[in-house]
Design a protein around this ligand. Structure first.
Ligand SMILES: Cc1ncc(COP(=O)(O)O)c(C=O)c1O
Length: 493
C-alpha cells in the first residue's frame, strides 16, 4: 500500500471540537461594517464592473445567476474566465489565489498541461464520447484498483451523487436489508433518500425540500464521532428490516468540518461487521487527495464499497464511480450478460465513463502518483493552517483553524457546528435562526477574502493543491492578515 499521505499530524478532534463548542457560544466576530462597505464600494463597485453586468444579465435567465452552489458570492458572484495552477482570473482581469479548487478535484492545480495535452490528443482522434468501450476505461479502473486495496473492481458513473445512489441499491441487494444509516451533517450528494441530516446533525428531513417524507422511511442518521449513537440506530434496525449500509465521510461530515477521532472509522467498521451492514466509505473528496491509498489506507479500514468522484476525472466532467469487493461489485455489471442470474442494480448514464473523463482521470492519477502531489498539497495545507492559527492569536479572535492535510477549515462563526436536538424541540427555532445569522456573516467574511484575492469554499473551507509553494502560501496569509485586521465584534443597530 502506498503510504504517502497528505496528513502528517492528525488533528486532535476532541480539542478542535471543544474550540468549536466555545466558538458557537461566543458573540459573532466579523468584518467591520466600514471595512465591508469599503470592499463593496471600492472593490466590487469599481473593480468588478464586468462581472456585475454579466451576472445582472444572467440572473434574468439562470435562477440565482449561477449554477454551482459554491459559486454564490456576496455581494454578487464574480465571473471567472481563466485558471492556471493555483491562480484564477476574473472577467475584469483581477487575479486570485484558488483555495476552492473547483470544489476539490484539482489536487494538481488547475489545468495541468500534462493532462490537458492528453485530452486534446483524445479530442483530435476520438472525440469526447462514443457510447462504446474505450481503452482508458480499463486503464483508469486498473489504476484505481491498483491504488486502493479494497477495490477489486470499479465502475465509473457520472457523479458522486450517482455513485452514492448506486451504492444504496447494491447494499440492499447484497444484504437484503432495508435501512441506510448516515452520519448527521454528512453530504452524500443530492439524491432523494440521502438528502437526510444535511449540514446540521439531527436536522433529519428538514433540508430536503421537494422530497416527500415517506422517502426517508428507511434512512436514519447518527451523531458524528459517537459510536454509541450509531449502535443505538443499528440495534433498533434489527427490529425494523436490518441495516443495508452505513455511509461514512471518513474525515468527518462536510469534508471534516466536524473532525472525527482517528480511530472512529475503525469503530464504525467493527459495528458494521457486528450488525451485518455494508461499510460504505464516501471518498468523493478524500480519494486521491488524502493519498493514493485513500482515507481508508490512512485510517487502516477496509470498507466494502468506496464512492469516488472529483479527483478521479481531474476536474473534467463525469467524475463519479464505485469500487469494492467482487462479491458486491457483481451487482453493478453492465452490458448484455445473460449467463448470470444475479439481479443487477438498476442504473445507467449516457455520459458515464466517457473517454474524456477516463483519459483525464487516468493521467491525473498517474501525475499525482508520480509527483507525490497529495503529500505536497498536504504540506501546503499544514503551512496555511499554522499561519491562520498565528493570525487568530495575533488578533485575539475566537476563530478556529484546523486541517486534514490539504483540506483546511477556517471557522469564523461555526455555522455547521450546531446540532438539532429533537428531545428539546423548543430549542430548534433558536438553532435555525442562529445558523442563518451566522451564515450571513460567513458570507461577509467570504466577500472580504475574495476582495483580497482569496477564493475560498463558502468562506470557511480551503483546499490546497500541489501547485502552491511555501512562498505563495505566505503571500496568501498576508492577505488573510489584511482581512483579520478589520474584524471586530458584530454591531447591532
Ligand atoms: C463527500 C461527498 N459525497 C458526494 C458528493 C456528491 O458528488 P457530486 O457533486 O459529484 O455529485 C460530494 C460533493 O461535494 C461530496 O463532497
Amino acid at each position: 500500500m502506498d503510504t504517502r499521505f497528505a496528513i502528517e499530524n492528525y488533528c486532535d478532534a476532541k480539542a478542535v471540537t471543544k474550540e468549536l463548542d466555545e466558538l458557537i457560544k461566543q458573540p459573532i466576530y466579523t468584518i467591520k461594517p466600514d471595512a465591508l462597505k469599503n470592499y463593496e464600494e471600492n472593490y466590487y463597485g469599481k473593480k468588478c464592473c464586468k462581472s456585475k453586468a454579466m451576472i445582472d444579465e444572467a440572473r434574468q435567465i439562470i435562477p440565482g445567476g449561477v449554477q454551482h452552489n459554491l459559486a454564490f458570492n456576496y455581494p454578487f458572484p464574480l465571473v471567472f474566465t481563466k485558471a492556471s495552477g493555483m491562480k484564477l482570473y476574473d472577467i475584469d482581469g483581477n487575479e486570485y489565489f484558488d483555495f476552492l479548487q473547483a470544489g476539490g478535484p484539482t489536487v494538481l492545480g488547475s489545468n495541468p498541461p500534462e493532462v490537458r495535452e492528453q485530452v486534446i490528443d483524445l479530442l483530435n482522434t476520438c472525440g469526447p464520447s462514443t457510447g462504446l468501450f474505450h481503452e482508458f476505461e480499463y486503464k483508469l479502473a486498473k489504476k484505481i484498483a491498483d491504488s486502493i486495496e479494497t477495490v477489486d473492481m470499479f465502475r465509473m458513473l457520472g457523479s458522486g451523487t450517482e455513485a452514492c445512489m448506486a451504492a444504496v441499491r447494491v447494499a440492499r441487494l447484497a444484504t437484503k436489508n432495508k435501512n441506510i444509516v448516515k452520519m448527521g451533517g454528512a453530504y452524500h450528494g443530492w439524491s432523494d433518500q440521502l438528502g437526510y441530516g444535511i449540514r446540521i446533525p439531527g436536522s433529519k428531513f428538514t433540508q430536503a425540500h421537494g422530497v416527500p417524507l415517506y422517502i426517508f422511511k428507511h434512512t436514519q442518521e447518527f451523531f458524528p464521532n459517537d459510536l454509541d449513537s450509531l449502535e443505538r440506530v443499528l440495534k433498533l434496525n434489527t427490529l425494523r428490516g436490518g441495516t443495508a449500509a452505513v455511509f461514512i465521510e471518513p474525515v468527518g461530515p462536510e469534508s471534516g468540518t466536524r473532525p472525527l477521532d482517528y480511530d472512529f472509522n475503525k469503530g464504525v467498521e467493527r459495528l458494521c461487521r457486528k450488525y451485518g451492514a455494508l461499510l460504505i466509505f464516501d471518498e468523493v473528496v478524500t480519494g486521491f487527495r488524502v493519498g493514493m491509498a485513500g482515507a481508508q489506507g490512512y485510517f487502516g479500514v477496509s470498507p466494502d464499497l468506496t464512492i469516488f468522484g472529483k479527483v478521479i476525472a481531474g476536474g473534467y466532467p463525469g467524475a463519479g464511480g464505485i469500487g469494492g469487493k467482487k462479491e458486491y461489485m457483481k451487482y453493478l455489471g453492465a452490458g448484455l450478460d445473460g449467463s448470470t442470474k444475479i439481479k443487477k442494480a438498476f442504473m445507467g448514464g449516457t455520459m458515464a465513463a466517457t473517454p474524456i473523463s477516463c483519459v483525464a482521470g487516468y493521467y491525473t492519477l498517474e501525475m499525482i502518483d508520480k509527483t507525490n502531489a497529495c503529500q505536497k498539497a498536504g504540506q501546503m495545507g499544514d503551512r496555511l493552517t499554522k499561519g491562520l492559527k498565528e493570525l487568530i492569536k495575533k488578533y485575539n479572535l475566537p476563530f478556529v483553524a484546523f486541517n486534514q492535510g490539504s483540506i483546511c477549515h477556517l471557522e469564523t462563526v461555526g455555522t455547521m457546528h450546531f446540532a438539532i436536538d429533537w428531545s428539546k424541540p423548543w430549542g430548534i427555532p433558536k438553532v435555525l435562526s442562529a445558523t442563518s445569522e451566522r451564515k450571513k456573516e460567513m458570507e461577509h467574511m467570504g466577500a472580504a477574502y475574495m476582495a483580497e484575492g482569496l477564493v475560498t469554499l463558502a468562506g470557511s473551507r480551503l483546499y490546497t493543491s500541489a501547485a502552491y509553494t511555501p512562498e505563495l502560501i505566505d503571500e496568501a496569509l498576508a492577505r488573510f492578515d489584511r482581512v483579520f485586521a478589520n474584524v471586530g465584534l458584530k454591531q447591532y443597530d
